[in-house]
Design a protein around this ligand. Structure first.
Ligand code: NDP
Ligand code: MG
Ligand code: MG
Length: 340
């Protein structure tokens, strides 16, 4: 097995005493900022005026315009959406970066696809948690962590690796394991994972299963429990002990069904489609399409997003989750309730 770095392996806490600017206070931003602060680091937030600006202030942080935060910081972590980073970088980050500072990302997209071109006198690396921001925060408060990858693009100070590991420890990732990678590998595997398996593959699998059951006349509530609610319970077992532990816990009937029917649904043809998805990521086609979609204000993204929200599985899901107060409500639904 390759070397997975843990907290005990990280001896030099070179982040200590350095001013860290976290740019953005969304999913990853709030988690990095709060975890680093809880670990005794000196954190300020860089943001435009708006919703997160107020939120970060309420949470007790010093919040400054992006340009000001960058000009004060030795470590600048860019946690704005990938598609806005190039513009904010040109206008507010680049002109204010201190020589010898570290420019840090949580995903390799903009460096790998050449959308951000850093100056030669700064360190550039990534520390990419392999989990959603809200879970990065939640696991940290529970004494655990979400694993992360790190990669060095540019090391002018000779300290980039120590800084990356120290940062990973600061956000709690070294409690779970930190793995060395490259910008290319992180970018391409992250995009493939979210498209083919974690987000795209999974939501399509769930939705299609729901449609097959309801179109055959079964109750939507029963279908929801079967293909969406129970997904977490099954995945929790995989998280704890891999596929074998999940199969140990399910009935032998379910395990036999897994063996004979799984490969009928996800088959060689699906594998070929996955390879096409990977090829589009590797060639830059996916990146180009997404950059262009943003340049024309996301007509396709918005149309699909609106349609997806109206899918019957979402409607029945809202009603059923309302009956289960032990399920934490997602931030987004809370916000919608506030607006109404
Ligand atoms: P979010 O969409 O959650 O972050 C939005 C934040 O950026 C908000 O605070 C928003 O402020 C701010 N912002 C948006 N536009 C601007 C702007 N023009 N100027 C200043 N601030 C702005 O991002 P994520 O946390 O999802 O992603 C951040 C990075 O982390 C990305 O590189 C992503 O690939 C990576 N990543 C994300 C993961 C995740 O779990 N989401 C997982 C691993 C990596 P406002 O309220 O004003 O809009
Ligand atoms: Mg990811
Ligand atoms: Mg991603």
């Amino acid at each position: 097995m390759v070397k997975v770095v843990l907290e005990k392996d990280i001896e030099r806490d070179v982040l200590q005493g350095k001013k860290i600017a976290i740019l953005g206070y969304g999913s990853q931003g709030h988690a990095h900022a709060q975890n680093l602060r809880d670990n005794g680091h000196d954190v300020i937030i860089g943001l435009r005026q708006g919703k997160s600006f107020e939120k970060a202030k309420e949470d007790g942080f010093t919040v400054l315009p992006v340009a000001d935060a960058v000009s004060l910081a030795e470590v600048v972590m860019v946690l704005m959406p990938d598609e806005v980073q190039p513009k904010v970088y040109e206008e507010n980050i680049k002109p204010n970066l201190k020589s010898g500072a570290a420019l840090v990302f949580a995903h390799g997209f903009n460096i790998h696809y050449g959308q951000v071109k850093p100056p030669a006198d700064v360190d550039v690396f990534l520390v990419a948690p392999k989990g959603p921001g809200h879970i990065v925060r939640r696991t940290f408060t529970e004494g655990a962590g979400v694993p992360a990858l790190y990669a060095i693009h540019q090391d002018v100070t000779g300290e980039a690796k120590d800084l990356a590991l120290s940062y990973a420890k600061g956000i709690g990732a070294a409690r779970a394991g930190v793995l060395k990678t490259t910008f290319k590998e992180e970018t391409e595997t992250d995009l493939f994972g979210e498209q083919a398996v974690l987000c795209g593959g999974l939501s399509q699998l769930v939705k299609t299963g729901f449609e097959v059951l309801t179109e055959a006349g079964y109750q939507p509530e029963a279908a929801y429990f079967e293909v969406l609610h129970e997904m977490k319970l099954i995945v929790d077992l995989m998280y704890e002990g891999g596929l074998a532990y999940m199969r140990y816990s399910i009935s032998d009937t379910a395990q036999w069904g897994d063996f004979v029917s799984g490969p009928r649904v996800i088959n060689n043809e699906t594998k070929e489609r996955m390879k096409e998805v990977l090829a589009d990521i590797q060639s830059g086609k996916f990146a180009k399409d997404w950059i262009l979609e943003n340049q024309v204000n996301r007509p396709q993204f918005n149309a699909i997003n609106n349609r997806e929200k109206e899918h019957p599985i979402e409607q029945v899901g809202r009603d059923l989750r309302a009956l289960m107060p032990f399920i934490q409500k997602p931030e987004q639904e809370k916000e919608q309730e506030v607006k109404q």
